[in-house]
Design a protein around this ligand. Structure first.
Ligand code: BGC
Length: 570
């Protein structure tokens, strides 16, 4: 079916390749180990490229691979223009870029402009320099409040828990100034009003763009500028609401206009995808205005409960806000910071209060239900207008590893919460590639403790490749159809009236996605079935017009009219 269709996009060199792209997020440390030291690396990624080509993605985004103490998964960068030795060398990076490009895959890196590592030479120089020196001016060093300055300069708290300020000693060992870190204390915030900061990031962009990197994901894009007076955060101030002293301040947009013109000077132009959190979708869409960034994650689906009304609201909000600007939405269900979505969907959605493990850990799990919903969810995701980012391992149907041994937890959230919050390590467990037992060919060293559960023997790339009903085959089929079908990718969508608990959307020309979120069969329109989310060896003859419970289906040339009567199995 899908094989009859031809690729509809503008080809691998198109300047607008990203508008309908499917990007695969590579968490390098746990993707694949190529040198046998137990840590995922560039050699492993090179060895895994064929898996990604077979999957059918257009690009990869690699989490930070720069030199770093690795205290926050590499988001603590000590040198933006060198590789961390755990991952490889610049020569390895160059080899990866050319091998990816040869295979038609684009490569996005991850830029961390809000903060550096405390091991960065700038911060080390700042520590050695006196208060009010220029060296300290690249960060936020301030005197404390209270008696002897022993209280933090304001009441801001770290996103990882605890105060956002730490105090450093003076040269003679007395308690001295405080510095700001909106994340962990090993991640001091840069002061973007200092000219060196902007200039250094321009140099970093040019450094990687000159090597052939196709773009960047931008970490904490909403945080770069702070209110000049560093005022207390008023009690009850909503996160990122306008006027917030450190999130989503208007000045950040000047940075992105500057970067856009730098990226546009390349041929082909380089692209940016922002992680930006704002109070409203409209404010978030400001990051993708014409002269700013190309994409901004729409976290709305990742945050939505698996109910027809919540999903529909999330989609409508995002599509409407993006209609006001020219950039298509970037849809996502999971990433390295949140609970893997099959584990979220395995819970009673009425009880789910958030998208982190800590929010659901006490709720009962129905893994089969989670699997069914997750398989339906990817068909929804890939049917929406815009581009998509997949998180490594979702194509293997991986769940969160919720019972990771404590000694494998590295997330600063775990320590900063006094072990109350398990943090994000459960979605960062090494991928299973082949074999019957851990480490499932992730590494050649059988003694490495990976935290992979034994049940992942059925989730390896090799096992899923052998099983035509697997999640891997579902993803491959969906990506192949999405790439070829003229209705998918960018363009308009509309909702088709449907029963409660059913989502039905149309794309033109002639495509529909119907999703049954209920636990009983419902009617769907007649039309050629391109793909269904429920496991089966082939799609079989289109001999019924029923959607199974928790099933999604893609239909070619659907009847324009909704099925009549709508309703449950009669
Ligand atoms: C990244 C996290 C990281 C944080 C601080 C986030 O948005 O995705 O993994 O811990 O920024 O850099």
């Amino acid at each position: 079916m899908a094989d009859e269709l031809t690729r509809h996009d503008a080809g691998p060199h198109a300047a607008t390749w990203w508008t309908d792209a499917v990007v695969y997020q590579v968490y390098l440390r746990s993707f694949r180990d190529g040198n046998g030291d137990g840590v995922g690396d560039i050699a492993g990624l090179r060895a895994g490229l064929d898996h990604l080509v077979g999957l059918g993605v257009d690009a990869i985004w690699i989490n930070p691979w720069f030199r770093s103490p690795g205290l926050d998964g590499g988001y603590d960068v000590a040198d933006h223009r060198d590789l961390d030795p755990d991952f490889g060398t610049l020569a390895d990076a160059d080899a990866l870029l050319s091998e990816a490009h040869e295979r038609g895959l684009r490569v996005l890196l991850d830029l961390v402009p809000n903060h550096t590592s405390s091991a960065h030479p700038w911060f080390q120089a700042a520590l050695a320099a006196p208060a009010d020196s220029d060296d300290r001016g690249r960060y936020y060093f301030r005197q404390g409040r209270g008696h002897d300055g022993d209280q933090p300069p304001n009441n801001w708290t770290s996103a990882f828990g605890g105060p956002a300020w730490s105090r450093v000693p003076t040269a003679d060992g007395e308690p001295g100034q405080w510095y700001l870190h909106l994340f962990s204390s090993c991640q001091p915030d840069l002061d973007w009003t200092h000219a060196d900061v902007a200039e250094d990031f321009r140099e970093t962009l040019r450094f990687w763009f000159d090597r052939g990197v196709d773009g960047f994901r931008i970490d904490v894009a909403h945080g770069l500028h702070k209110h000049g007076d560093l005022p207390d955060l008023p009690v009850g101030h909503a996160s990122a609401a306008p006027g917030h002293p450190f999130w989503d301040r208007d000045q950040v947009h000047d940075v992105y206009r500057d970067w856009r013109s730098l990226a546009d000077a390349y041929d082909p132009p380089r692209v940016f995808l922002a992680e930006a959190v704002a109070d409203t979708v409209e404010r978030r869409a400001r990051y993708v205005r014409d002269d700013e960034l190309h994409g901004v994650f729409a976290f709305d689906l990742l945050e939505a409960r698996w109910t027809a009304s919540d999903l529909r609201d999330a989609i409508d909000r995002t599509v409407a806000a993006h209609g006001e600007v020219t950039a298509p939405p970037t849809w996502v269900l999971s990433n390295h910071d949140v609970l893997r979505h099959p584990s979220r969907y395995a819970r009673d959605q009425a009880l789910v209060t958030g998208h982190n493990l800590v929010d659901v850990v006490d709720l009962q799990r129905d893994d089969e239900l989670g699997d069914a919903r997750a398989r339906a969810a990817v068909l929804l995701l890939l049917a929406l207008p815009g581009n998509v980012v997949l998180y490594q391992g979702e194509e293997l149907g991986l769940h969160e590893v919720e019972d990771l041994p404590d000694d494998l937890r590295r997330d600063p959230v775990w320590e900063r919460s006094d072990h109350q919050d398990p943090g994000r390590d459960g979605c960062r467990v090494p991928l299973p590639w082949a074999g019957d037992a851990p480490p499932f060919a992730f590494t050649s060293d059988p003694t490495v403790a990976t935290g992979q559960p034994a049940r992942w023997r059925d989730h390896t790339v090799a096992a899923m490749d052998r099983d035509p009903t697997s999640t891997l085959h579902l993803y491959r089929s969906a990506l192949r159809i999405r790439r070829a079908h003229p209705a998918l990718g960018v363009g308009a969508m509309s909702w088709v009236p449907a029963d409660d608990g059913v989502l039905a959307l149309r794309r033109e020309p002639g495509f529909a996605c119907w999703i049954n979120l209920t636990d009983h069969p419902v009617r769907r329109p007649a039309g050629r079935v391109l793909l269904r989310s429920t496991a089966q060896a082939d799609n079989g003859p289109d001999d019924d017009v029923w959607l199974r419970p928790h099933e999604a289906v893609w239909i070619d040339d659907p009847d324009v009219a909704a099925p009549d009567p709508l309703g449950t199995n009669g």
